[in-house]
Design a protein around this ligand. Sequence first.
Ligand code: SAM
Length: 261
Amino acid sequence: MKATALQLNTIYIQDCFSFLQSLENESIDLAIIDPPYNLKVADWDSFKSEQEFLDFSFAWIDLMLQKMKKSGSFYIFNTPYHCALFLHYLQGKAVFQNFITWYKKDGLSYTKKKFVNNQESILFYTMDSKDYYFDYDSVRIPYKSTQRIAHAREKGILKNGKRWYPNKKGKLCPDVWEIVSQRHKQKLNGKTQKLNHPTPKPKEMIERMIKASSKEGDLVLDLFAGSGTTSKVAKEFGRNYIGCELNSGYLDSSLEIRESK
Ligand SMILES: C[S@@+](CC[C@H](N)C(=O)[O-])C[C@H]1O[C@@H](n2cnc3c(N)ncnc32)[C@H](O)[C@@H]1O
């Protein structure tokens, strides 16, 4: 980034729109965006109407796209319904890669009028159809059928006339991610605790995105930083980060914070 631009490895206490406007165009390698969902979990997640929420979301999406490098990738979290609307909006603006389902085994919402919501969605896009980074090997996951795999490790399994042996690092990562939510990970004596931020994302989920879609030294955008999970993981794995958040009280103290002028 240019010297006149924003400081790397800093979270600005600032509204996402003014922050994005001061960010250099085509400077971001990877954006991991965990925005408001309009589920009314906090003031910042409460919009007057669905239309107001969509106008807000489409406006930051448009600005974010300008900041992406041509070889960049981005992930957007939301409800499955909103992700479907975002996907429609993104047609022709970026290259769709995956509609990832975060399957949350824990923390079910209570309803008897429809099926229980048990998932969140993540859109994975790249800016180009060919020129982008994806390290599938770094995000392999353990095989489930351990007995069959143990057998295959020794003797292999005959597949299309060839012997197949399991990969030592595990199987290729699918688009359904079974990860325990942070709230349920931080239980005390079996009870969920009130966290400093109402909706922090699990570290291993962000780690998967950062390992798959960025290299050491790349710049990761953490637009609605919250507690700063994305920035912390980026830092841990030798990536640079930059982002913004309205409420400085949410942010982890290990991160560099700067109040906007
Ligand atoms: C879903 S949370 C992000 C949680 C984060 N991924 C984590 O792991 O902690 C969204 C965050 O966006 C912030 N936010 C909401 N509207 C914003 C805006 N217009 N500009 C900047 N930040 C905003 C909220 O304060 C909230 O912390």
